[in-house]
Design a protein around this ligand. Structure first.
Ligand code: HEM
Length: 417
């Protein structure tokens, strides 16, 4: 037994907020340890990263999620639903989400999203200048609502896009968390009413849609969810799609910054578009970390994890851990040709098993939308990328290229398939 290495400083909350994505990995490097102890929000916390730490973190006998994430983040970004559940009731709720993700439903999302994108692109053709990040958020909210069976009126589209955008963007600053919280309150009110209307058959989405599944879902005791609880989960089936806009913009940025990549994407040999989407998710920052609590005292590699200790897993640093990735700081899609497919080393949307644990339910949906949008931008339209600031700051959580990716002179060269 030996003590967990300690990071400098009494409480590191301010440094965490200031440094953002690199807070954990910088300390792991300087302490030469994949695990260290510190204090966050006045409490003792263990921070860790790397594939072995991911495997540990996703062991449900050792960690729980209830009340692990700071409440400000629950009240804006995550909500009080599946994210904070444990044990059999989590598994039951997760099964509900995964039942929405059949191959047919993924294909349907692709068709819907490309249709919504094409509608938007027709508007772009008439505009002198387009900020792709802002426009994609609306495309994704419209697509997500259609896919999930959530009615979205024309008058509401901009407002609901803004709300979901604020929630997804909220988790790195006090000011944005406040805005996200307000947006969540509005969303939950809106979606509760939709749940009630579905139950009264005033609205009739198809039986396979997220809205229908959630409205009629029964918990382990056989009870339907309260409308407010169902609203949280319905939001969880649409809102996170907006996060894809961040990865998409990073991907378009990669096409500008890495010579040769564009040509390979057009050719799309050996599933290059998939490798490209994977490398965008590995290389660019979005989800920095996740929190859990120690379920019962245990020891691991000689370190003691005491019951209830806050434990933070470094997603960003794990995706760039030199034990798992050769030249992790290089953007190199072809690395995925040889990749063995570990559920622990590549964790842009969480790790472990989708069914048994908390790994993102929307991962397949995300990759599919990314692939099809990258291909659309390459094969179906031409555009000019003017001089702009495409840099991003790793201390801004979530990160996004400064300009939001501005394009001009958009022209459609063929209809989408
Ligand atoms: C969970 C990231 C897209 C639905 C998560 C988690 C992360 C994440 C980091 C938490 C993993 C954990 O707690 O261990 C992302 C990113 C996305 C994305 C980066 C896109 C860029 C989506 C989409 C959907 C979705 C499109 C659904 C339409 C969910 C759900 C959970 C989740 C329901 C909760 C799973 C659970 O607690 O068991 N996601 N996500 N996500 N995501 Fe995503």
């Amino acid at each position: 037994k030996h003590p967990i290495p300690k990071a400098k400083g009494i409480d590191n909350t301010r440094n965490l907020i200031k440094e953002g994505f690199t807070f954990i990995s910088d300390r792991r490097k300087s302490l030469d340890s994949d695990i260290f102890e510190t204090r966050l929000l006045g409490k003792k916390a263990i921070c860790m990263g790397g594939a072995e730490a991911v495997e540990l973190f996703y062991n449900k006998d050792l960690f729980i999620r209830k009340n692990a994430v700071p409440s400000a983040i629950s009240k804006s970004l995550l909500g009080s639903g599946v994210h904070g559940m444990d044990g059999p009731s989590h598994r039951h709720r997760k099964q509900m989400f995964l039942s929405m993700m059949t191959p047919e439903r993924l294909e349907e999302m692709k068709d819907i999203a490309l249709e919504e994108l094409e509608k938007k692109v027709q508007e772009w053709e008439t505009k002198p200048r387009v900020v792709v990040f802002e426009e994609l958020k609306e495309v994704l909210v419209r697509s997500g609502c259609r896919w999930a069976g959530v009615p979205l009126s024309e008058e509401d589209a901009a407002k609901r896009t803004e709300e979901m955008g604020l929630m997804v963007d909220s988790f790195g600053s006090v000011k944005r968390l406040k805005e996200g919280r307000k947006a969540r309150e509005n969303q939950e009110k809106w979606l509760s009413q939709i749940i009630k209307d579905i139950r009264k058959e005033k609205i009739n989405p198809p039986e396979y849609s997220a809205a229908y599944i959630i409205a009629h879902h029964r918990d382990m005791k056989g009870k339907k969810l309260e409308p407010s609880a169902a609203a949280v989960e319905l939001n969880n089936a649409v809102r996170p799609l907006v996060a894809t806009a961040y990865f998409l913009v990073f991907g378009f940025t990669a096409l500008e910054e890495h010579p040769g990549v564009k040509e390979k994407l057009i050719e799309d040999k050996d599933n290059y578009s998939k490798m490209f989407a994977q490398e965008v998710r590995r290389f660019y920052p979005f989800a920095p970390a996740m929190a859990a609590k120690v379920k019962k005292t245990f020891s691991w590699e000689g370190y003691t994890f005491k019951k209830n200790t806050l434990t933070v897993l470094d997603f960003y640093g794990t995706n760039r851990h030199p034990d798992s990735w050769t030249n992790p700081e290089n953007f190199f899609p072809e690395r995925f040709k040889e990749w063995e497919g570990s559920p622990f080393s590549f964790v842009p949307q969480g790790g472990g098993n989708h069914y048994a644990g908390h790994r993102c339910a929307g991962e397949w949906l995300t990759v599919m939308v990314m692939r099809s949008f990258f291909k659309y931008f390459n094969d179906n339209i031409t555009y000019f990328v003017p001089e702009q600031d495409l840099s991003w700051s790793l201390s801004r959580v979530p990160a996004i290229p400064e300009s939001g990716f501005v394009i001009q002179e958009v022209t459609r060269i063929k209809d989408s398939p």
